[in-house]
Design a protein around this ligand. Structure first.
Ligand SMILES: [Fe+2]
Length: 235
């Protein structure tokens, strides 16, 4: 499985603080069936440089191989919606046209449609991170539809489906899945203990709703398309 959203790098955001914490998270991901993980630290203002992310990945790759941890690391970032288009472009997933876009948790921004439009016009494809944990979308999940119609994609958090973020987030995630408004399930994990991966638990819930084959699409086939920088079929 490919985890498209994960705070695996240590010392760069609210994810792991020490090398040991990143290693523990890596082992938890492997135990949860993840084989490739995109390092997506928070990209805020001032943005963490792509060079810093590359250095963090190179360091972890070295530490993983010294410990026989088989987990491939890929570059990315969780781009805050207030960043410029060029900043977001510099933090896309694996240097592709796809990037993770983070809205505030407190509300659905009035500028959401405009941001998606600008990104799409520039040939970029935003993947909206965890819509099920946004207060505005929780109340009105159908607000996501126009963004998807504009060519945005969306990523649910496995732990939301498992119920870790409470019943409303779980219900919203289920609703978006059933409506076909979710394209990826990822962990957004921050550590082995706090905000753990929960991939298997989330996928079990998703499988009950959609069946195993559809779930495989959300955790393998669709993320692979992103890593390969292939066009999205419906965009
Ligand atoms: Fe995140």
């Amino acid at each position: 499985m490919i985890d498209l959203h994960c705070h695996i790098l240590f010392g760069v955001d609210d994810g792991p603080q020490r090398l040991e914490d990143s290693l523990a998270l890596a082992r938890a991901l492997v135990a949860d069936g993840v084989t490739r993980v995109v390092a997506t630290p928070h990209i805020l203002d001032p943005p963490l440089s792509a060079a810093r992310i590359a250095a963090g990945i190179a360091h972890l790759e070295h530490e993983f191989s010294a410990r026989d941890i088989v987990l491939e690391l890929i570059s990315g970032g969780e781009n805050h919606y207030t960043l410029s288009l060029e900043e977001m472009r510099g933090h896309s997933i694996n240097g592709s046209r796809y990037l993770l876009l983070e809205f505030p948790h407190s509300h659905f921004p009035a500028s959401a449609g405009e941001i998606v439009f600008s990104l799409r016009s520039a040939g970029l494809i935003p993947i909206i991170a965890h819509p099920e944990r946004n207060a505005g979308l929780l109340r009105h999940p159908d607000l996501l539809q126009p963004l998807i119609d504009q060519g945005a994609l969306s990523q649910l958090t496995a732990a939301s489906l498992a119920g870790d973020f409470g019943s409303p987030a779980r219900q919203c995630a289920r609703y978006l899945l059933k409506r076909g408004l979710a394209h990826f399930i990822a962990t957004d994990a921050h550590g082995a203990d706090w905000r753990p991966p929960r991939m298997r638990a989330g996928l079990k819930e998703a499988s009950h709703l959609l069946g195993k084959e559809a779930v495989l699409k959300l955790t393998a086939e669709n993320p692979q398309r992103v890593l390969d920088n292939r066009a999205w079929p419906d965009v």
